[in-house]
Write a protein that binds this ligand. Structure first.
Ligand SMILES: [Zn+2]
Length: 194
């Protein structure tokens, strides 16, 4: 696509600039605590749609707003195709999600993160959770989940508090991952003119 001309005009330009980019380790923004959303309006819904698009594009099953650099308590999730490839998309939009209850039993699952590409590790978390949140229309909702959805909810809500899944691993493993990604980032940031 030519960079200097924009034959489709302003609309396609807008579309292009609103495409969200997922930030990666060691970006320090990932450690921020996100603020609550105060108003659910069309701008927010538009933003959540862009989040969902970025998530599907990646592809991923969950995304927190901070992963596109926005420190607000917003999460998109769709685990439908994780369980059945033929399943229709079934997106969940969670605004200000809050874990109300965690089960006493734990489950171990392999996790990955769009902000820590191509790294996977087993994490132990409560097997089931109940979460309160505001939906796309700003209506209060509650969801109880186990399996992949429970893992995903806990993983994404962690993001809102600046926490990553590698924080659940041993310090040795975590330090190794952080070192690897810091080295990679440094390698890619060399000035082109040199
Ligand atoms: Zn993640």
């Amino acid at each position: 696509m030519p960079e200097s001309v924009d034959p489709e005009g302003f609309v396609s330009y807008l579309k292009r600039v609103t495409k969200l980019e997922i930030i990666k380790l060691p970006d320090r923004k990932l450690r921020l605590t996100s603020d609550s959303v105060e108003r659910v309006d069309d701008d927010l819904r538009k933003f959540m749609d862009s989040m969902l698009e970025a998530m599907y594009d990646a592809p991923g099953i969950g995304l927190a707003a901070i992963q596109v650099g926005v420190p607000r308590r917003i999460v998109t999730i769709d685990v439908a195709q994780r369980e059945d490839e033929e399943a229709k998309p079934n997106p969940l939009f969670l605004i200000n999600p809050q874990i109300l209850w965690r089960s006493d039993d734990f489950a171990i699952a392999e996790e990955g993160c769009l902000s820590i590409p191509e790294y996977f590790a087993e994490v132990e978390r409560p097997a089931s959770v109940r979460v309160a949140y505001l939906d796309r229309d700003g209506k209060p909702q509650e969801i109880e989940a186990d399996g992949v959805l429970a893992v995903c909810l806990q993983h994404e809500i962690d993001h809102l508090d600046g926490k990553l899944f590698i924080d659940h691993l041993s310090k040795l493993k975590r330090d190794m991952v952080i070192k690897k990604f810091t080295k990679q980032a440094r390698g890619g940031a060399k000035p082109a003119a040199l």
